[in-house]
Write a protein that binds this ligand. Structure first.
Ligand SMILES: Nc1nc2c(ncn2[C@@H]2O[C@H](COP(=O)(O)OP(=O)(O)OP(=O)(O)O)[C@@H](O)[C@H]2O)c(=O)[nH]1
Ligand SMILES: [Mg+2]
Length: 449
């Protein structure tokens, strides 16, 4: 493989910047710039000078050599820590390219690690997730995937399918004798078990995705209820416009914030009412749609302007439109009212207001997260849309195969669908690699990883 080079730390100035080189000619290319080093001891930090080809010293650096196959990529790798000036780092890259290395593409180091069998595709993607993780739960999830929990489970599923497909193939070889090696009741049971397993994994996607990208938290309620005010308080900044006029928020506003170990994606929406204003109506439509996709809805009620009957009616509609969401009722503007008065009508509600801290709401949110295992504590979690799509298509193939079995269609058809299901499962870990798969997976990485 040609030797690649890239800056592995973010560009810009910093205390240090690390350039990584990997490939067959790694040592011969690097040694051009370190004429004083007689031997590159493996895995030892060497303090030395980096020379440009014109013998000018560019920097004093720390160099570590990892001989393949015991390196990240499985190839010979050298990592050089420079002082983090953009001039030094750009010059060093230029020098190494002049000496024969080529600039790495996004994710190419990890792609080589995959191609050299150092990690499977799920683990490679987990490296990307780890770099992008913004909370402890997202970090834990990526670490678990790197260790291979999803890969192991998929491997078991694939093995069962392979055994199954082998029996069907055997039948095909003896088609004239009309022998059934694969006992039908046992086949049906296997189908059901497999499908249940895949469905179980698919069901974790909502959770896995929420942990990775933030748990969706929708602020909903009538106009003027205090939604944007609460958004601003969660974020600690004046992100959304707040006015005394009902119908201020038109378009939804989405921001992330961290609470304890978790990342939330909080969405402020247009207040819900029948409106003759075309723009506001579009915003309200969007609010309903967001709520139907939401996981937790903070339903805000200003009890000074909304009766409990009106609030109950609105809540009923929210429940109807988003049956899977957890709804947390919050009475707002408590500084304006006598608490006992209104809390009597809404016994299960929390409250907020000027000078009321958010502790009670935050504690409740944390308890929801723990109850629904949004802390990433489940063993196998699907957090990647590519994996979910592949699981879905394997399920489709299994359904077709089962239908074929019920309708007594030819073994060839069943064998074909089983192979399709196997391919879909195999594409998740990278055992089966379609042409454009690798570029789409690794293209999302940053350069230098
Ligand atoms: N006294 C008091 N006023 C509040 C409180 N929360 C919000 N308000 C006021 O209520 C009015 C509406 O607040 P917003 O946060 O804009 O309400 P909203 O729900 O986003 O309204 P729309 O965007 O129109 O749907 C503003 O004048 C706020 O200052 C509160 O806790 N106490
Ligand atoms: Mg608003």
């Amino acid at each position: 493989m040609k030797t690649i080079v890239a800056l592995s730390t973010p560009s810009g100035s910093g205390a240090i910047g690390i350039i990584r080189v990997s490939g067959d000619d790694c040592l011969s290319i690097v040694s051009i710039h370190f004429p004083k080093i007689k031997s590159f001891s493996p895995r030892k930090a060497i303090f030395c000078k980096f020379y440009e080809t014109n013998s000018h010293v560019l920097d004093e650096v720390l160099l570590v050599y990892f001989p393949g196959p015991n390196s990240y990529t499985g190839e010979d790798v050298v990592e050089i820590s420079f002082h983090g000036s953009s001039y030094i780092l750009e010059s060093a890259l230029k020098e190494l390219i002049q000496s024969g290395a080529i600039l790495a593409k996004a994710g190419e180091f990890t792609q080589r690690a995959f191609l050299n069998g150092k990690l499977d595709l799920v683990q490679a993607e987990a490296v990307g997730d780890l770099i992008a993780s913004e909370s402890r739960s997202a970090h834990d999830l990526a670490m678990r995937q790197m260790k291979g929990s999803v890969s192991d489970r998929l491997q078991e599923l694939r093995q069962q399918l392979i055994d199954f497909a082998a029996l069907i193939e055997l039948e095909l070889d003896f088609v004239e004798e009309d022998i059934e090696f694969a006992q039908r009741p046992a086949l049906h049971k296997l189908f059901n078990d497999l499908k249940a397993e895949i469905e179980k994994m698919l069901n974790t996607f909502r959770l896995g995705n929420a942990i990775k990208n933030g748990i969706p938290l929708i602020l909903a309620g009538a106009p003027n209820a205090g939604k944007s005010t609460l958004l601003n308080r969660f974020l600690g900044e004046d992100r959304a416009i707040v006015t005394k006029f009902a119908g201020t928020t038109r378009d939804s506003i989405e921001e992330k914030f961290r609470l304890g170990d978790h990342l939330f994606r909080i969405v402020d929406t247009a207040g819900l009412r029948i409106s003759n204003d075309e723009i506001e109506s579009l915003g309200i439509e969007r609010s309903w749609k967001l709520m139907s996709e939401g996981q937790i809805i903070l339903f805000l009620i200003d009890p000074t302007s909304c009766s409990s009957e009106e609030a109950n009616k609105l809540e009923e509609e929210i429940v109807n439109r988003s049956p899977n969401a957890t709804i947390l009722k919050i009475l707002t503007k408590s500084d304006l009212w006598d608490k006992m008065n209104y809390l009597e009508y809404f016994p299960d509600a929390l409250h907020t207001g000027i000078n009321v801290d958010l502790k009670n709401i935050q504690t409740k949110l944390s308890s929801f997260v723990a109850d629904d295992h949004w802390d990433g504590s489940s063993d196998v979690l699907i957090a990647n849309i590519r994996h979910a799509e592949a699981l879905n298509s394997s399920l489709t193939s299994l359904n077709k195969a089962e239908e074929g079995l019920n309708n007594k269609v030819s073994g060839e058809f069943i064998a074909f669908e089983l192979k399709e299901a196997l391919n879909s499962l195999g594409s998740i870990t990278g055992e089966v690699v379609a042409d454009d798969l690798l570029s789409s997976v690794f293209g999302r990485f940053c350069i230098g990883k």
